[in-house]
Write a protein that binds this ligand. Structure first.
Ligand code: NAD
Ligand code: MN
Length: 818
């Protein structure tokens, strides 16, 4: 071919990256063993499994198949290492993590080649995206190790962490897991995905090379049913960090329920890619290529639903098809290839199955005219039009190079369509009108929103889901909290004793210092009633439910008695049931506008509540005495603490701010703490007023609406708050109160699909039930595991921990420049 001909066709020649160094590295080592305590250890089973090259379908290597005996050994090593690693000064940990980053850069090309060979992704991506981001992640977290003591003073390491990762970004997911864990002083046992273990094993060599203390990082290859499940079940593990599918995430939520293990889940997605009619369509086309054909579409946050404003839809689809015709598919090691191989034959079949379903459901499928290589597992870029929102391909994560497109007319319709999914991982918004884009971003239920860009990642910026995309963040300061816990948690339990009705009824015989309600209701009326007082029935003050701003009768028509510590009935409250909870959740939803109001307004209302409570301080103190038998002074202190707590959250309402992250690009990522939505909560039994206020105040300060179950044994302090709330300008439905059986009502809340988070402060058994029931819609849970918390203490009873539980961080990426 002459130069002239080449110039005329502008065809790409092959530009292969050499496979030889990667293959040689593999040949010298295969079969690979397990990495435990910085040693290469044969698997107890003696079994090995194949790792294949998806671009050829041929065997690349054999890796060990670990079983639970190996998991025991690795956890023991990590446990032993934890003692010293967690106590090492931050600077020491920073030095090791920094060394890892340096060595990743030194071996960058080998890692990139291994990743492409093992996973099938184009070398252009492993070389320019995966591996540089891996190094970046370790550098960034070396910094947090250095700063932990000064920047997270109230926190300590969690312990041994079990980490389970998927195959789509094998080394990058390892980095997202290991870097923050190590920085915060934890030790880890990591399981790579079955198909893609090789770069994790190269990483293990780096761990040895830099002399990381033995046991800090352990890597176990093998099958999910062996290694994965054993990690999840292991009693020596303090936290599970998982990235993978929503179904497996749900099973892990159930398996760890009640175990006290901390849990973070990064799950699937079906992310919207929203294009308004004023967007720059050429940029949009390149954005779509990045959104859905990057990594063959095997990206959890892939922009897999293209939502286009109707008037430009035809033009955009036309341009897209034209661009798809020019995408290049083939050998992942060819530097001029856009699309590589699908990771496994099973995955390829699943993509084909879902595409067939799309066609059967009546959508219009389009693929470019060229053919895929026949050797290996390839699937062409695919575009569906004429898709209706309720169909399978519009709802299910395909995890392949398949884009479905739908149209909308107005911004409101775009938001509705975008949020019409059970997922909430990411979204991107395309418009030259920045006002429109920034107005839409907060309305999208997604952990990351990219404005005029897509699939940008950086260690500075937390990544993670809303809804069934999971909970927890990876990256940014927000991600560090997944790997620490408050220092006070390991302190001695508070020595205080509480009298709870029923339990102490027979042992405590003395009369409470304050007379019962009935007596006081007639105070001052004695002359008027002229000696009849003892004979008249008390004026009935049976509190009802508080739902949608109204006092409503319990659906059951039953009341339950409330006792004092002597076992005397001191009042009645409604016996709430399933229906009351449903009504309350509906009311809480209807009050969703609360989050959109100003923080100033929320602060004001919290101050009003405090003010109105302080007017009735004495009455509230007496009520506490009556229910608990504690001294008046003690009860008055509780009321004071509740008033102070309300002031704290009124203060926080407009001060709990996000961050402006500085990723390495011309632009910013705005990390915004947002309300979670509807939170269900079961209050602690002790401190009938303070326990209630301690949960309610942070939740509503952050813009959530709530359904609260007051202390079951001492609910009257909460029900006395109705009038306080009614007179404080709190909009109807923001706080809903349902009295009754705590565990029965909690169960209904935890199972409810329209409840976004559930807090439960009660016995360990109840905590377990709440965690189990929450798996339905993967709602966030915050439970006490039966551990005591000193509610009077401002370190344990209020502050950042509460605010963090009441919010989720959304990162909005806004690049600058023309
Ligand atoms: P997967 O859920 O099948 O497997 C993920 C990991 O979990 C693997 O290591 C697997 O061996 C292990 N595993 C499977 N069953 C297990 C069990 N019962 N107990 C313990 N461990 C078990 O997911 P996958 O097919 O490897 O990855 C694709 C999925 O991951 C997609 O749904 C994708 O959206 C998701 N993903 C999410 C993110 C994110 O950050 N949110 C990132 C990448 C991938
Ligand atoms: Mn492989």
């Amino acid at each position: 071919m002459s130069v002239k001909e080449i110039f005329e066709t502008m065809e790409y020649g092959p530009a292969p990256e050499a496979a030889a160094p990667g293959l040689a590295w593999i040949q010298e080592r295969t079969p690979f063993n397990l990495f435990i305590n910085n040693q290469w250890v044969k698997p107890a089973s003696g079994q090995y499994i194949d790792s294949i090259n998806p671009a050829t379908g041929k065997r690349l290597a054999q890796v060990a198949a670990a079983t639970s005996a190996d998991v025991d050994a690795a956890v023991a090593a990590a446990r032993a290492a934890f003692e010293t690693w967690s106590k090492a000064p931050g600077h020491v940990r920073a030095r090791y993590i920094y060394a890892i980053a340096r060595h990743i850069q030194k071996h960058a090309r080998l890692l990139a080649v291994l990743e492409s060979l093992d996973n099938g992704k184009p070398i252009r991506e492993t070389r320019d995206i995966d591996i540089p981001l891996v190094a970046r992640h370790f550098y960034y977290h070396a910094g947090w190790a250095q700063l932990m003591e000064s920047e997270l003073p109230g926190y300590q390491s969690v312990g041994v962490v079990g980490q389970i990762i998927p195959w789509n970004f094998p080394l990058l997911m390892l980095a997202w897991k290991i870097a923050p864990a190590l920085a915060m002083g934890n030790t880890v046992v990591l399981k790579p995905a079955r198909y893609t273990s090789l770069t994790a094993l190269k990483f293990a060599e780096i761990v040895q090379e830099i002399g990381l203390p033995p046991g800090v990082v352990n890597i176990l290859t093998g099958e999910a049913s062996q290694v994965g499940e054993a990690l999840v079940q292991h009693p020596g593990i303090n936290k599970i960090a998982f990235t993978g599918s929503t179904d497996v995430g749900r099973s892990i939520r159930r398996a760890t329920a009640g175990s006290g293990k901390k849990l973070s889940l990064e799950l699937g997605g079906k992310s919207p890619f929203i294009v308004f009619d004023d967007a720059d369509l050429d940029s949009v086309v390149e954005g779509v290529v990045d959104a859905i054909w990057f990594n063959q579409g095997q990206v959890c946050c892939a922009g897999s639903r293209l939502l286009v404003q109707e008037n430009i839809a035809d033009r955009l689809i036309e341009k897209l098809r034209e661009r798809m015709e020019h995408l290049r598919i083939g050998d992942p090691l060819d530097k001029a290839v856009d699309i590589g191989a699908i990771v496994s034959p099973g995955q390829l079949k699943e993509i084909q199955r879902l595409v067939n379903t799309g066609v059967e459901e009546g959508a219009v499928m389009w693929q470019p005219s060229w053919a895929c290589p026949t050797e290996g597992y390839f699937f062409p870029p695919t575009l569906f039009t004429n898709v209706s929102p309720a169909t399978t391909i519009a709802q299910v994560e395909i995890f392949g190079p398949v884009l479905v497109s739908m149209t909308f007319r107005t911004p409101a319709e775009a938001v509705e369509l975008a949020n019409n999914t059970r997922y909430g991982l990411a979204a991107s918004v395309w418009s030259e009108n920045i006002n429109l884009a920034l107005d839409v971003a907060p309305k999208l239920k997604a952990g990351t929103v990219w404005i005029n860009c897509t699939n940008l990642f950086d260690a500075t910026s937390g990544f993670g889901g809303y809804r069934e995309s999971g909970f927890g963040r990876e990256g940014g300061k927000e991600g560090l909290y997944e790997y620490v816990r408050p220092k006070w948690e390991t302190l001695e339990a508070p020595a205080k004793e509480f009298h709870i009705a029923g339990e102490s009824a027979s042992t405590n015989g003395s009369k409470p210092a304050v007379s019962a309600d009935e007596d006081r209701e007639f105070e001052g009326g004695e002359q008027l009633l002229d000696g009849y007082t003892p004979m008249l029935p008390a004026i009935d003050r049976t509190p009802k439910m508080f739902i949608g701003g109204k006092q409503t009768r319990p659906d059951s028509g039953y009341s339950r008695d409330v006792y004092d510590p002597q076992g005397q009935v001191i009042g009645q409250v409604g016996e709430g049931n399933r229906k009351d909870i449903r009504n309350a959740v509906e009311a809480a939803h209807a009050a969703g506008g609360w989050a959109a109001g100003t923080t100033h307004n929320r602060a004001q209302i919290l101050y009003y509540i405090a003010e109105n409570l302080s007017v009735r301080e004495d009455e509230f103190a007496r009520r506490i005495v009556q229910q608990t038998g504690r001294s008046y002074a003690d009860a008055a202190a509780e009321v004071q603490a509740a008033i102070s707590r309300l002031f704290s959250y009124a203060a926080w309402a407009d001060k709990y701010e996000g961050a402006v992250h500085r990723p390495p690009l011309r632009g910013v990522a705005l990390a915004m703490p947002e309300a979670i939505g509807v939170i269900g909560m079961a209050c602690p039994e002790e401190y009938p007023l303070l326990g209630f206020v301690s949960l309610v105040a942070p939740a509503i300060a952050m813009g959530n609406t709530i359904v609260v179950i007051p202390s079951q044994v001492a609910p009257l302090s909460a029900t006395d708050c109705y009038q306080v709330l009614e007179t404080s300008d709190l909009p109807a439905g923001v706080v809903n109160i349902v009295t009754g059986d705590r565990d029965l009502l909690s169960q209904v809340l935890a199972e409810h699909d329209d409840v976004d988070a559930m807090w439960y402060f009660g016995p360990a058994e109840g905590c377990k039930r709440v965690e189990l029931a929450s798996a339905g819609n993967m709602k966030r849970t915050w439970v006490s595991y039966g551990h005591p918390r000193d509610w009077m203490d401002t370190v344990q009873g209020e502050g950042e921990e509460f605010l963090r539980e009441a919010t989720q961080v959304k990162n909005v990426w806004v690049p600058y420049g023309e």
